[in-house]
Write a protein that binds this ligand. Structure first.
Ligand code: PLP
Length: 388
């Protein structure tokens, strides 16, 4: 049974020391547990103890352990192949680098900027992108299914859309159709990881899935990941020396030889990274586990919180962008506001921390928030929206 008071006590630095503030930033930057602070000190201490041996002695075992736990929370077997990068952009770009410049890509107009901007830039150089219109959520699954069946080299979509937390319906069916058409399929699961369990469907093993720990997982910066089929023949053109560590011990082959890739997660790995982030990630996961918070439990807490926010805002006639159907609503509630960014500033002055994307004001609860705190934040929001 989840004990909110005991869980909340784990966050004395972010919450206890700032009692006048309500962090409705659950969808962007959740509070970090105090254990993460201690973990960062451990990263320093391991470096001091092992110096350059820290990688084998401490870091790689930690990265492996984090990888197994991430895969489980993502809904995959813990032994699957997973590569890490400092951002999803790095990993997605590495995936794109496997394809020719004029590859056929299907994506949506509601992808996060990392992917949207990158695809548009590559489109200038010949990438053939079919954009599935996501401006209306109505009928989106049908449009995605039609595009999936039409075939492409690479099919890239978010499982939960970043503008309004819309949970894309029939994801398993859509990705199955794309895989059946011969496409490599990438799912951006950032707004699902650690808050919305996903049903991957029968094509699960064939999927590339990216997400990261900055938002709902409390890892902080630097731990993004790509789950991929271990037997993929894809050969990233963006490739660093961590992609084939094993070969470093052998003499260099002729320059004419094809570049090789290591086993499991190595193929999509890059190069030297700051390991501190993995200590933080491991500590945050340990806190979730200790309090019995798997993805299903986190989803239940989140749905109750977003449901309450939706109910209160609806009562006041405030126009919602997010779905009122809880099955279609992910980990935050988006509200349409004329000058959303200005309102973010005014809310911050009153101790309510939220963010905005375009005309969407995004309110993200988190499992450590008390119902009374959420209500306090909503009182301020409703007051400011009624009397601008
Ligand atoms: C759906 C989605 N994907 C990815 C990201 C992050 O991208 P990156 O890791 O490239 O900074 C975000 C937001 O930060 C997002 O909302």
């Amino acid at each position: 049974m989840f004990e909110r008071a005991a869980f909340r006590a784990e966050y004395s630095s972010f919450l206890g020391r700032h009692p006048d503030r309500v962090l409705l930033t659950g969808h962007s930057h959740q509070a970090w547990p105090d254990a993460a602070r201690a973990a960062m000190t451990r990263a320093f201490d391991d470096a001091a103890r092992f110096v350059d041996e820290k990688w084998g002695e401490a870091v790689f075992p930690l990265v492996d352990a984090v990888g197994r736990r991430v895969l489980t929370r993502l809904g995959f077997p813990e032994g699957d192949a997973i590569a890490f990068g400092e951002s999803t952009h790095t990993l997605v770009f590495r995936l794109l680098s496997c394809f020719p410049n004029d590859a056929r890509v299907v994506s949506t107009t509601s992808e996060f900027h990392s992917l949207y901007r990158q695809l548009r830039r590559l489109q200038e150089d010949g990438l053939r992108v079919t954009w599935v219109d996501a401006s209306s959520r109505e009928g989106l699954a049908d449009r995605l299914l039609a595009a999936a069946r039409a075939g492409s080299d690479l099919f890239m979509l978010s499982a939960v859309l970043f503008e309004d937390a819309h949970v894309v319906p029939r994801l398993g069916e859509i990705v199955e159709a794309a895989v059946a058409s011969g496409a490599t399929v990438l799912v951006d699961a950032y707004h699902a990881f650690n808050v919305v369990p996903l049903s991957w469907g029968p094509a699960r093993d064939k999927l590339f899935v990216t997400a990261g720990g900055y938002k709902y997982a409390q890892f902080g910066e630097g731990v993004c990941f790509l789950r991929f089929p271990a037997d993929t023949p894809l050969r990233p053109r963006s490739t660093g020396w961590f992609a084939d560590f094993g070969s470093l011990e052998s003499p260099r082959g002729a320059v004419s030889e094809r570049v090789g890739y290591g086993e499991k997660g190595a193929r999509f790995s890059g190069a030297t990274f700051d390991p501190t982030a993995f200590y933080r990630a491991d500590a945050a996961l340990e806190v979730f586990d200790r309090h019995g918070l798997g993805t299903a439990e986190l989803r239940a807490i989140s749905s109750e919180q977003t449901g309450h926010i939706v109910a209160r805002l609806s009562e006041c006639g405030i126009p919602l962008l997010s779905a009122t159907d809880p099955a279609r609503r992910g980990g935050f509630v988006a509200v349409r506001v004329v000058d959303a960014h200005a309102l973010v500033g005014r809310l911050r002055e009153r101790g309510v921390c939220v963010d905005a994307r375009g005309d969407a004001l995004r309110l993200g609860p988190a499992p450590y928030l008390d119902p009374a705190e959420i209500d306090r934040a909503l009182d301020v929001l409703i007051e400011l929206m009624k009397r601008p």
